[in-house]
Design a protein around this ligand. Structure first.
Ligand code: GLA
Length: 398
């Protein structure tokens, strides 16, 4: 059974009904959006003197009645207070440390715990009034070998010790944890040995099952009963991945595993149909009453490469160059407006984060190959892009 909190019940009683009512009363037209959550208002301040950028707080204020709006940020940017850190401070209400909370940074060697990297970005976010999303307690790509040595019982004890130590350390500071990241199968077809719904990752192979997911959630809940616990996944906008996610959620539910929500990464393409992403939210809402949805890593790439580009760096699309084509910027803006307006109508969506602030921050400039990409809200100079204007001003013509 999913464990319901008083907050969940209140949200169920008030949230869905009020957002639908407001929408039917004309919310969503003009520059305002329908309200659905109890997120406290953040006062809009005047623009920084001499600045030509958006008014301070415009982005988070636009969505203050709907969801927190977040960005991934590294302590490196915070240390130097570069343009991305300044924009994050001025426009966002949630921060996801980009890599500082991953196990390969915190515990690269057995028994070692290094919190200094994470402390800097976590404390900076809190000092600036932002929520911190902890990402991620378990991810196969950031798992040092020592986590996986020995018998399943050894692995379980080590995982529980790690999660207990980390979650207790950040108790009261990190309010949301992605407990597991990318544990859903990536195989396309079912039926053969070793295929879906659980990813055959190093964790699955070492443990011999997906029970490690249960262990991780139970340890996190015990270490901080107040933190919200999420399962984070990419590709939930595609029906098959979504179906497997739902299968896993059913299993966790049946076993009484303490989970509060689903983090949908939403690494999207210019031609992604926004309805597919909204369907992912509905799939969770329709079956798992009380679970929260977060969009956790939004970016919209300019390249829909064939699979071979990701697998072997072949047949990748050529760079569009150092100046983004206007029609692609407009397509991106339309998608993002439709997406966020859709989220605003769903009371279970409580946080929406981007994987970076400026286009130059993005991993998509180097993955799968090096080329110019434009996946985020601000351009390389820190100026707002059409997609920023499209979501903060409903009258902005795309
Ligand atoms: C995945 C991970 C993130 C980040 C991105 C891009 O989505 O969940 O932590 O590493 O890839 O690099």
């Amino acid at each position: 059974m999913v464990e319901y909190t008083a907050r969940d019940r209140l949200k169920l009683l008030l949230g869905g009904a009020s957002s639908l009512l407001l929408a039917s009363c004309g919310g969503g037209s003009g520059s305002s959006l329908p309200a659905h959550s109890s997120t406290p208002p953040i006062t809009t301040s005047p623009p920084p003197s001499g600045g030509t950028g958006p008014v301070t707080g415009l982005l988070r204020d636009t969505f203050r009645n709907n969801f927190r709006i977040g960005a991934a940020l590294s302590n490196r940017r915070v240390d130097s207070m570069d343009l991305s850190a300044q924009l994050a401070r001025d426009q966002f209400s949630s921060i996801t440390p980009e890599w500082e909370l991953k196990p390969d940074v915190i515990s690269p060697n057995p028994g070692e715990y290094n919190f200094s990297e994470a402390d800097r970005v976590v404390d900076w976010a809190l000092e600036n009034g932002m929520e911190v999303r902890g990402h991620a307690l378990l991810w196969h790509e950031a798992t040092p070998d020592h986590f996986l040595q020995g018998s399943p019982a050894d692995i379980r004890a080590r995982l529980e010790e790690y999660i207990t130590t980390v979650v207790e350390y950040f108790r009261g500071r990190v309010s949301v944890w992605d407990v597991v990241n990318e544990t859903v199968s990536v195989d396309i077809y079912r039926g053969a040995d070793g295929i879906g719904p659980d990813r055959r990752s190093v964790w699955f192979n070492a443990v011999g099952s997906a029970d490690y997911i249960d262990w991780a959630f139970r340890a996190a809940r015990a270490a901080d009963p107040d933190a919200l616990l999420f399962m984070s996944e990419y590709g939930t906008e595609t029906p098959l991945k979504r179906q497997w996610l739902v299968e896993i959620l059913r299993r966790l539910n049946a076993r009484g595993v303490p989970i509060d929500g689903v983090g949908h990464q939403f690494h999207l393409y210019l031609d992604t149909n926004h309805q597919d992403a909204l369907d992912a939210i509905d799939a969770v809402d329709n079956e798992f009453m009380g679970l929260i949805n977060h969009a956790t890593e939004i970016d919209i790439t300019f390249y829909r490469d064939p699979g071979s580009c990701w697998q072997s760096r072949t047949n990748c699309l050529p760079t569009v160059g150092p100046t983004p084509p206007a029609d692609m910027l407009a397509q991106q803006a339309r998608l993002l407006r439709n997406l966020l307006n859709g989220f605003a109508l769903k009371s279970s969506v409580e946080s929406v984060s981007f994987w970076g602030v400026r286009d130059s921050d993005s991993w998509l400039n180097t993955s799968p190959i090096e080329r110019f990409n434009y996946p985020l809200l601000f351009d390389r100079n820190g100026d707002p892009k059409p997609c920023f204007n499209a979501i903060t001003d409903q009258s902005y013509v795309i």
